[in-house]
Design a protein around this ligand. Structure first.
Ligand SMILES: [Zn+2]
Length: 108
């Protein structure tokens, strides 16, 4: 008689959507833990690189800085791409100044 009541409760619980969902949580949690562990292994303790403007891989990193910080060379570490880009802060500053000078000439 008691088993009959328990069976009824089990049948009733199986009809409750949340109860069914609860049963899937351990498997889903394990799958998520495995994914997180795989992602952590990919990062290898490093922050991901910037997005490469040539190939789109998240592997664009600062390769070197010289000229007292006025010149930066960024390089894509993706072996299929490997392109690099030189950024000159001194030239950008000169362009801004000459642009301002031209505008200033018209204004004053
Ligand atoms: Zn690239």
């Amino acid at each position: 008689m008691r088993m009959g009541v328990l069976d009824d409760v089990r049948k009733w619980l199986n009809d409750v959507p949340l109860w069914k969902e609860l049963g899937t949580i351990p498997d889903r949690t394990k799958a998520l833990e495995e994914k997180v562990a795989a992602l952590e292994a990919m990062l290898n303790g490093k922050r991901p690189g910037d997005v490469c403007p040539f190939c789109g891989a998240q592997s664009f990193r600062l390769d070197r800085v010289d000229m007292h910080g006025d010149r930066e060379v960024w390089k894509c570490t993706d072996t299929a791409c490997g392109k690099s880009r030189e950024i000159r802060h001194d030239l950008n500053a000169k362009n801004r100044r000459s642009g301002t000078a031209l505008l200033g000439g018209n204004r004053r």
